[in-house]
Design a protein around this ligand. Sequence first.
Ligand SMILES: NC(=O)c1ccc[n+]([C@@H]2O[C@H](COP(=O)([O-])OP(=O)(O)OC[C@H]3O[C@@H](n4cnc5c(N)ncnc54)[C@H](OP(=O)(O)O)[C@@H]3O)[C@@H](O)[C@H]2O)c1
Length: 240
Amino acid sequence: MLNNTVFITGASRGIGLSIAQAFASEGHFVIGTSRSKFDLESALGTEDCLHMILDVTDRTAIKEAHDTLKENNHLPGIIINNAGITKDQLFLRMKDEDWDDVINTNLSSVFNITKAFIKSMVKQREGRVINISSVAGLMGNPGQVNYSSSKAAIGGFTKSLAKELASRNITVNSIAPGFISSDMTDALTDDQKSEILNQIPMQKFGDPKNIAELAVFLASEKGQYITGQTISVDGGLYMI
Ligand SMILES: NC(=O)c1ccc[n+]([C@@H]2O[C@H](COP(=O)([O-])OP(=O)(O)OC[C@H]3O[C@@H](n4cnc5c(N)ncnc54)[C@H](OP(=O)(O)O)[C@@H]3O)[C@@H](O)[C@H]2O)c1
């Protein structure tokens, strides 16, 4: 690719950090964001990176981040919309703010970030947008009406934008992780873990690297003819 700068939201831990590490090891310049302070240089072991404190729900801050990157010649050729949260609750007890927070952080953020950075890709007639979705958006999950809705909508965003931008040589895809070893899975009890593992044909949780390696592939020349897809990485949990 001409422009190998990658912009990754939520890059301070979990899947986002693993994606940042994978792109750094392939020689990309990595811009990683999170709301909290984070030493990305130490985490990646390279100076070819930049951490930005940025809330993906804050459009004014995103515009400022865009302008700063433009001034420094660091506008990305690859966007990874990874930042996401859960606020699980059965629907009858779900508060309005649990719905709003999850939709804003997981879905509107994808619009906010992509809208801010897509113009320069269109100008370059080259680029990649990769959204991190979830198996919950494909198969539903009790207690996750807000989260499943946000992730399912990313599928529609991905297909429509892929159709709009295909002629500009920009691909738009989503990755739908299943259960990936993370802070979230660490917090599960042994009983909960074995109940989940029984539903996964491969009988194990995934590793963040399984997501990161697919993201690197989709962003590479090898992924140039794949667009509009949501690709599951879930040990066989959800099969179409
Ligand atoms: N882990 C799984 O098993 C799994 C399964 C399916 C899908 N996913 C999806 O994969 C993505 C990453 O999940 P994860 O488990 O790695 O999450 P995580 O460990 O909780 O990390 C989330 C990252 O997003 C950042 N973040 C959260 N809210 C933000 C906001 N408003 N603005 C900017 N950054 C924000 C966090 O940093 P700060 O808190 O400092 O902002 C952090 O860097 C999410 O979209 C999630 O839905 C995960």
